[in-house]
Design a protein around this ligand. Structure first.
Ligand SMILES: Nc1nc2c(ncn2[C@@H]2O[C@H](COP(=O)(O)OP(=O)(O)OP(=O)(O)O)[C@@H](O)[C@H]2O)c(=O)[nH]1
Ligand SMILES: [Mg+2]
Length: 315
């Protein structure tokens, strides 16, 4: 128990026979359940965990018969936590990259009732640039920016962290069976939390690399896959949050901005073409472009601003 609340730590793990022991032995005493999801590992990880289970009764081992991906494993752990009436469910990876010393800071906002979901933010830690490998830093920053737009949590960054805590109210409401199953899971979850008006807080933590982990993340591929997912999630949130469940005219601003964008780009192309061909651009063409650029940018920026205002109370 932590401050009177039962805590489960969900550990998504795939081929972590080498690292899982460290995750188990460094788990703080106040954690009530260590829910290890073995996502059909092929390296004998289940036997390693079974060995620890004999001495540590807090360990729950759930094995997937088919590999589902990290998001699928997290959903399984969340469902177990929900069905066992746990107050707060934490996620810590099975590769030992989450420092248990940070756990109280991640738990506090949720346990104190200041947030429904809290997550680590490594990008804001003072040593981030030195400690996070450059390609991961760039990929994560790009996805964090896109996740702000898609999720409506404009104050949140480091969207890709897997170190999080969620309360039982959110555990009960989110449909875990429909959650994205692979590395885009944290992004999908943020969008669903926003649609349900849950409060989210970032907690600054130090990044941990080179502790014996072997990453399964192919960063370039992940950036494209998750960007595409975020585009779909953006439209899903607009529909659910601002059309079906409630209404906000910001959708009109987004529609206008997005419709005008290709028109503006087309007009700009035409201007460049005329300039190269004739050496000058008719005044009317230039004025039309000016009007089009202003309308596009104003509409998009106003839509973002309205979205920011509508979600201000979810900090
Ligand atoms: N369940 C499941 N877990 C996975 C899978 N791939 C990775 N994981 C787990 O998810 C966690 C994070 O995976 P990593 O590959 O380390 O990715 P990451 O930590 O987000 O990224 P970096 O470490 O920065 O590369 C680890 O505990 C992995 O064991 C998978 O296919 N299924
Ligand atoms: Mg890792």
């Amino acid at each position: 128990m932590y401050q009177g609340k039962t805590i489960s730590v969900v550990v998504p793990s795939f081929n972590e026979a080498h690292q899982i022991g460290k995750v188990i032995t460094t788990m703080p005493d106040y954690v009530d359940f260590i829910v290890i999801i073995d996502d059909c590992s092929q390296d004998g990880m289940d036997k390693v965990v079974a060995g620890y289970q004999e001495k540590n009764k807090k360990i729950v081992l759930i094995r997937h018969e088919v590999n589902q991906g990290v998001g699928g494993a997290i959903s399984t752990g969340y469902k177990w936590s929900r069905d066992n009436d746990v107050d707060v469910a934490v996620v810590m990876a099975g590769d030992g990259q989450m420092d248990p010393k940070d756990l109280p800071a991640i738990l506090d906002p949720v346990v104190k009732g200041e947030a429904d979901y809290s997550k680590a933010n490594r990008l804001l830690s003072p040593g981030a640039v030195k400690e996070i490998p450059t390609i991961r830093m760039i990929g994560n920053s790009v996805l964090s920016l896109l996740t702000k737009i898609a999720s409506g949590y404009w104050h949140v960054s480091d969207s890709q962290t897997g170190y999080t805590a969620i309360n039982k109210e959110a555990l009960a409401v989110i449909d875990w069976d429909n959650m994205y199953k692979r590395f885009g899971q944290p992004n999908d979850l943020l969008v669903r939390l926003n649609i349900n008006n849950f409060r989210v807080k970032d907690v600054i933590t130090r990044p941990v690399y080179n502790v014996g982990e072997r990453s399964k993340l192919k960063i370039r591929k992940a950036v494209f896959t998750i960007s595409w997912l975020l585009l779909k999630l953006f439209f899903y949130r607009m529909k659910e949050k601002y059309i079906l469940r409630d209404f906000h005219p910001l959708v009109f601003f987004y529609i206008l901005g997005m419709t005008m964008m290709p028109v503006t780009l087309g007009l700009m192309g035409r201007m460049v073409y005329l300039w190269i061909q004739d050496g000058h651009v008719p005044q009317i063409t230039f004025l039309t472009i000016l009007f089009s650029v202003t309308t596009t940018l104003n509409s998009l920026f106003f839509a973002m601003w309205f979205d920011m205002e509508a979600n201000k109370h979810l900090k």
